[in-house]
Design a protein around this ligand. Structure first.
Ligand SMILES: [Fe+2]
Ligand SMILES: [Fe+2]
Length: 318
């Protein structure tokens, strides 16, 4: 049976296909009757789903994070597509995860090549060696080529972490020459290492992008700091204060204590890294929101940004 992708769904279309379930809840309608509300997702997007009938028997058949086989009908309600589900059951057959989770539009191998070229241009041999030892580590490299940068907010896709790392590195290359005191090598190091712990913090399986146990217990910052300690200690004469500065950039890159950083950015490069990381993740999230086009001038409401974005194609931009 061929997979039907969410981006291709049309009003009144009968659907029989596999999807990944998110956010399943039982709600009550105005008449007090229970119904199931959930999101169906795949590599092409997401769509709301509702099941009005047989709720009690259907409820236990599947959970959020399951891949399910769904039979239903597409309806447009208040300008939004939704699937009215008639039948749903867990799908335990073999699946290609790339059908259900987005992949980076860029080739991860190409991104890694471009990143290595940037690293080649660094002047500080300690930082250069540290970065190369990590990027060429045979246990890290295969993880880096597939890792997402987040569970859902930004670059949440196969190869998303590498896309984010390369993008922040390029921003660093653009910004650093503009300021006399900004150290490009440190900024590039920060671009590559700040989220590298995500290769262990997140995993992609048939439940979608998930936190690992290690990720929940330690978090990506802690694991990246351990990585710096491990790799730098093998580099002859690696300066102790440089090691501390490297660790500080990781520990402070969320910028604020309430965003999970145990330290506030206290070097110029750590502060700028925070801003570049913010910029890259926010721009990616806005672009993703803008790419879901229901033929309206405005994006769907973004809970992250608490607003709609204006997405009307400009007539004057040519
Ligand atoms: Fe982070
Ligand atoms: Fe980041």
């Amino acid at each position: 049976m061929d997979k039907i992708f969410i981006s291709s769904l049309q009003d009144k279309q009968a659907v029989a296909s596999t999807f990944l379930v998110k956010n399943k809840v039982i709600l009550r309608d105005k008449k007090g009757k229970n119904y199931l509300s959930f999101i169906l997702s795949d590599a092409s997007g997401e769509v709301d789903a509702k099941a009005w009938d047989n709720v009690d028997s259907m409820e236990g058949l599947f959970q959020s994070g399951d891949i399910v086989w769904v039979k239903g009908l597409v309806q447009v309600y208040q300008s939004r597509k939704q699937v009215i589900v008639h039948k749903v059951e867990r799908f335990d057959g073999p699946v290609d995860l790339k059908d259900f989770i987005k992949s980076s539009d860029q080739k991860p191998e190409d991104n890694l090549q471009q990143l290595l070229q940037i690293v080649e241009s660094l002047k500080n041999n300690y930082l250069k060696q540290l970065i190369l030892d990590v990027l060429n580590d045979p246990t890290i490299k295969p993880l880096l080529l597939v890792a997402p940068a987040a569970k859902s907010i930004h670059h949440a896709k196969f190869g998303g972490l590498l896309e984010h790392i390369l993008s922040v590195s390029r921003l660093a290359q653009m910004i650093a020459p503009n300021y006399a005191k900004l150290n490009l090598d440190l900024l590039i190091y920060g671009a590559i290492f700040h989220d590298i712990g995500k290769v262990w913090e997140l995993k992609i399986d048939d439940g979608g992008i998930q936190y690992t146990d290690k990720g929940r217990l330690l978090g990506h910052m802690m694991m990246a700091v351990e990585l710096v300690e491990r790799k730098a200690s093998r580099i002859f004469n690696f300066p102790e204060d440089l090691k501390d500065i490297c660790k500080h950039m990781i520990l402070s890159h969320h910028g604020k204590l309430e965003y999970g950083s145990p330290k506030l950015p206290q070097t110029l490069e750590a502060y700028v890294l925070w801003m570049l990381d913010e910029m890259d993740s926010k721009v990616d999230s806005i672009q993703a929101a803008m790419s879901i086009n229901n033929g309206e001038n405005w994006s769907q409401y973004s809970t992250l940004f608490e607003r709609h974005f204006y997405i009307k194609e400009s007539q004057w931009d040519s």
